[in-house]
Design a binder for this molecule. Structure first.
Ligand SMILES: [Zn+2]
Length: 434
């Protein structure tokens, strides 16, 4: 066993062919994990009173929680108040610069950053050494699950300085043992070229993936290079329907929440987070498989968040996974307010589309369809779909059946002649107003 301590920065090396980065945590029996989570949650509640953490203590007391002993474990969580990002902003504005929701003093931390502020005033994030370790260990599980191993060259183009994402990803790569090739974000053609030239010299083993991929394609072409052949860029395949794995709860909460083993959904790090899909109106978790508001409670961090509601859609499955990990798995469904709601359930247009796609006659020569935005839970769900050839009544029945089967929703399906619905050259308008 190599020495750990001041001379060694990073984790104990693993056997490259072992199945998991942290087999003990990742394959822990669920009952044992539940007991640990209950304890971790009780520790968090005690710290809210003892530190104290005024923001959370105030909210808990207002909700009738008089003492940390009132919360026995994870099962009590559904009755506790949630916090949204605007409250963090308000707290920082009222008590600048860090607000009153922190569990530690900033001088116990080793890194601070701030969010991009694209959706309002940026919030300040801070991490102690231990908080960074939780993120790095979580990232290491992800990287290992993806088949990456120490010694590979990985590259990224995250922004730096005040924005925390670049430092976080660089730190996680280096902790894991990847070679961290950090190129500038391609804000200008010159900066993009710096990155491209670096990749030509030091070929990454893991191709660049990021929001700015299109920019690097563009500038590669300007330089007379083939983005795929010469530069090694690849466009990753995106799963359709409900397939997006839930990978993050944001830098301010939990950057490396989990990722996919190849099976649907993302394995979630339940030892460090309680992830709930919550009905925004009642604050209670929705049944497994349904969409709710992604709500995360971090565990065993120096700086934590209690029932942080991200206003993004997620759904949870507890079905055991064939890979051997015992965690629940999560799906991500975009912004919560983009979901439709009918008959007490939230759903995505992509789920409706997948149901219609299962009915072959409506897919020829192309699937053209629309859903009328339901006014309220009681309103009939109306789906319109074009049909070129076939018996409209029979096809409508099959569409209804698929929607019932996959989304547990009753729909009225109107079968229309081809070329009835409006066409768009860019993005098809699937939701129409009544
Ligand atoms: Zn799995």
């Amino acid at each position: 066993m190599p020495a750990s301590g001041p001379e060694v920065l990073g984790p104990t090396p693993r056997e490259p062919d072992q199945a998991f980065w942290d087999p003990e945590a990742q394959t822990r029996p669920r009952e044992e994990r539940r007991l640990r989570r209950d304890e971790a949650l009780r520790r968090m509640l005690r710290r809210i009173w003892e530190t104290p953490v005024p923001h959370f203590r105030r909210k808990l007391e207002a909700a009738g929680v008089a003492s940390p002993d009132d919360v026995k474990g994870v099962d009590d969580l559904a009755g506790l108040p949630r916090t949204v990002k605007q409250e963090l902003r308000d707290s920082e504005a009222a008590e600048p610069p860090f607000g009153d929701y922190r569990f530690t003093d900033v001088r116990r931390c080793v890194r601070i950053g701030q969010s991009t502020g694209t959706t309002g005033t940026p919030t300040v994030m801070m991490w102690t050494r231990h908080d960074l370790w939780v993120e790095y260990e979580s990232a290491a599980r992800n990287f290992w699950r993806s088949g990456w191993r120490p010694g590979m060259v990985a590259t990224h183009a995250h922004p730096a300085y005040l924005y925390g994402g670049g430092a976080m990803l660089s730190g996680a790569y280096e902790y894991f043992g990847l070679v961290n090739l950090w190129v500038p974000p391609p804000d200008t053609d010159e900066l993009a070229e710096q990155g491209i030239r670096a990749w030509l010299r030091m070929k990454p083993d893991i191709p660049f993936v990021g929001f700015s991929l299109g920019r690097f394609f563009e500038v590669s072409a300007k330089l007379g290079l083939d983005p795929r052949e010469d530069v090694g860029l690849e466009i990753p395949a995106m799963p359709g329907g409900k397939g997006m794995p839930l990978v993050t709860a944001g830098l301010e909460c939990y950057a490396y929440l989990g990722n996919s083993c190849g099976e649907p959904g993302a394995h979630l790090n339940e030892d460090w987070a309680i992830v709930e899909a919550v009905d925004p109106e009642t604050g209670r978790p929705v049944p497994d498989g349904e969409w709710g508001d992604l709500t995360v409670t971090t565990l065993d961090r120096d700086n934590g968040l209690l029932r942080y509601a991200l206003e993004e859609a997620c759904s949870i499955t507890r079905e055991p996974c064939g890979c051997g990990e015992t965690s629940v798995r999560g799906f991500w469904g975009g912004r919560f307010k983009d979901l439709l709601r009918s008959q007490g359930k939230h759903f995505q247009t992509a789920e409706l589309e997948a149901a219609l796609r299962a009915v072959e006659p409506v897919t020829k020569p192309s699937l053209e369809w629309a859903v009328v935005r339901p006014r309220d839970d009681a309103a009939e769900l109306v789906v319109r779909v074009e049909l070129a050839e076939g018996d409209p009544d029979e096809v409508a029945g099959r569409c209804r059946g698929e929607i019932r089967e996959r989304l547990q929703l009753d729909a009225r399906v109107e079968v229309l002649a081809r070329d009835t619905l409006p066409r768009s050259g860019y993005k098809a308008q699937r939701v129409v107003e009544a």
